[in-house]
Design a protein around this ligand. Structure first.
Ligand code: GLA
Length: 556
């Protein structure tokens, strides 16, 4: 507790400054923006208690984290003790001897929200690691009673539903999570936020029922883990929308190399450098992931506190448009990402220059890649300063394992010319595979299209395995034309034989685009269209046969 009070006193001015700088604070628990809070798992694993949870909540309520928007206090695996013979969920008698009601009430009394945890199957994940209290503690067979307990009796506001037990039981994800969502709705609560924790992009159905879905396996406090999670989320921008986000997992900020406070030292936690920590947090912000702190916030390093309460980074994460940034340019391990700031197709855009590589990189930043024209003013979100302006192109150096984050504000917004296939929506996209862990490669075996590295493709990526079923399609949903008139759509395709695809604009009559044998290279195939001013959806599909692989579309 002493540490929390100290931090609170130290940070009083920062917290006031925050509100002044931002003009307004993050609307706490806005269901349309990514969830912000803390979870017990990354530091404590199942070694939790009422004292830890309430101590953390108290610290957050007084040290400025709550004011910055971190309002959810999520209790992860380990608080239960199976179900009793009467079918009622029991609580762990040593960790929570007073049950859970006091803990949840205590969190609420601080003006915060409380999160709970379960499994879609019979056992929770920690039970497979030896924590016997998770055996039989899952929702399976108890949906209605457990949901009433969690949300009506105890008053939890969020639930993360894991999948270890369900995986062992070979349950089917879509129908199982839908049953759980229905049980939550049946409690009469319409404000409970559901997180699907299935460690792979589960399918586009997830957005119909969940506020977020975990896309990767468990995070660890080391750079390779952060880098790999980012890599798997770079091409999922099409699936984020207000209230529905890809979840990159709980944050590992505050776990510095040489100063770890985690139960997972033996399981890959080695800590992060300051640059790695900034890249980690900033990328979670621009990719619109939930921001769930995982360190012991009672004793978090001051520098971490400054980072996670940075009003500009938080505003980027909590942007009302609910967009996830996409890769606009790439040079090897150096990625340039962009998303609109506050106004769709306006002149202000958030930009990340992310260097995943092992040596420094000089980023050649071209305004055209970001659909910006004229003079572009750059505001550095981490350093909180204007860093000048450029026209056309500028060069920015970024060290290895690091990223810089900017708000670009330009004279003019230009219509986008290049629409990479890896930024398009695939209706059937899901990374679930037969081994139950999920991987993009698993999609091939399952006959679904996916985003894949492709030689000769711009950005090094293409969409492959399309067609053969109507919904195994590709859609660019946000093709914006500022002025009406004729446009040439050029599709860059690769095919080992004659193939074809149907082009549909805004759900209109399909037009066939024939693609010859391109000898494995990407080649252009054009169609002329007339666009009205505004937003258009461009869809490519073939219900009967395989489609070519698609690198990109240009709109000229
Ligand atoms: C799984 C989840 C983690 C955590 C643990 C708890 O591994 O992916 O985030 O909830 O279970 O056992």
């Amino acid at each position: 507790m002493a540490a929390a009070v100290l931090l609170a006193a130290e940070n009083r001015s920062t917290s006031e400054e925050l509100r002044l700088e931002r003009g307004c604070s993050v609307a706490p628990a806005n269901p349309l923006t990514p969830l912000m809070g803390w979870s017990s798992w990354n530091t404590f694993a199942e070694h939790i208690s009422e004292d830890i949870i309430l101590g953390v909540a108290q610290a957050m309520a007084t040290n400025g984290l709550k004011d910055a928007g971190y309002v959810y206090v999520n209790i992860d695996d380990g608080f239960f003790n199976g179900h009793g013979p009467d079918g009622r969920l029991r609580f762990n008698p040593t960790r929570f001897p007073n049950g859970m009601k006091g803990t949840v009430d205590g969190i609420h009394a601080l003006g915060m929200k409380a999160g709970t945890y379960s499994d879609a199957g019979d056992n929770t994940c920690a039970s497979y690691g030896g924590d016997k209290s998770g055996l039989g503690a899952g929702l399976y067979g108890h949906d209605a009673a457990d949901c009433r307990l969690h949300f009506n009796e105890l008053g939890f506001d969020f639930i993360k539903v894991d999948y270890c037990g369900a995986r062992h039981m070979h349950l089917e994800e879509k129908s199982r999570y839908r049953e759980i969502a229905a049980a939550i709705r049946a409690t009469g609560r319409d404000d409970v936020r559901l997180n699907i924790c299935r460690w792979a992009f589960p399918g586009t159905w997830a957005a119909d029922i969940a506020g977020s879905w975990r896309t990767t396996r468990d995070i660890r406090a080391n750079w390779n883990s952060i880098r790999d999670i980012i890599a798997e989320n770079l091409y999922l921008s099409a699936y984020a929308s207000p209230g529905h986000f890809n979840d990159l997992d709980m944050l590992e900020v505050g776990q510095y190399k040489g100063a770890l406070k985690s139960a997972f030292g033996a399981h890959g936690d080695t800590g992060l450098t300051r640059d790695e920590e900034t890249a980690h947090f900033g990328m979670w912000c621009i990719l619109s992931s939930p921001l769930v702190l995982g360190c012991d916030v009672r004793i978090m390093p001051r520098s971490t506190y400054e980072l996670v309460t940075n009003p500009y980074l938080l505003r980027m994460n909590q942007d009302p448009l609910g967009l996830q940034a996409y890769v606009a340019a790439r040079d090897g391990d150096a990625y340039q990402l962009v998303k609109d700031a506050e106004t769709r197709f306006g002149t202000a855009r958030y930009v990340a220059l992310y260097n995943a590589g092992e040596s420094g990189h000089a980023f050649h930043v071209r305004a055209r890649d970001f659909d910006l024209g004229g003079r572009v003013a750059m505001f550095d979100l981490v350093r909180r300063v204007d860093v000048g302006a450029f026209e056309g192109e500028t060069v920015v150096d970024v060290p290895p394992h690091a990223a810089r984050f900017f708000l670009f504000d330009a004279d003019r917004r230009l219509d986008r010319v290049v629409y990479e296939a890896e930024t398009a929506y695939l209706t059937d996209y899901s990374e679930l595979d037969a081994d139950g862990l999920g991987s993009p490669e698993g999609c091939r075996a399952q006959g679904r299209a996916y985003y894949a590295p492709a030689h000769g493709a711009s950005g090094g990526m293409a969409v492959v395995n399309l067609g053969g079923r109507d919904t195994n399609d590709l859609i660019w949903k946000d093709v914006n034309c500022s002025a009406p008139g004729p446009r040439r759509l050029v599709f860059w395709c690769a095919s080992p034989e004659k193939r074809s695809m149907m082009l549909q604009i805004d759900g209109g009559a399909p037009v066939e685009v024939k693609v010859g044998d391109t000898g494995g290279k990407f080649a252009p195939f054009a169609r002329d269209v007339d666009f009205t001013a505004g937003l258009h959806a461009v869809r490519l599909s073939n219900p009967w046969a395989k489609m070519p692989d698609i690198d990109r579309m240009t709109v000229e």
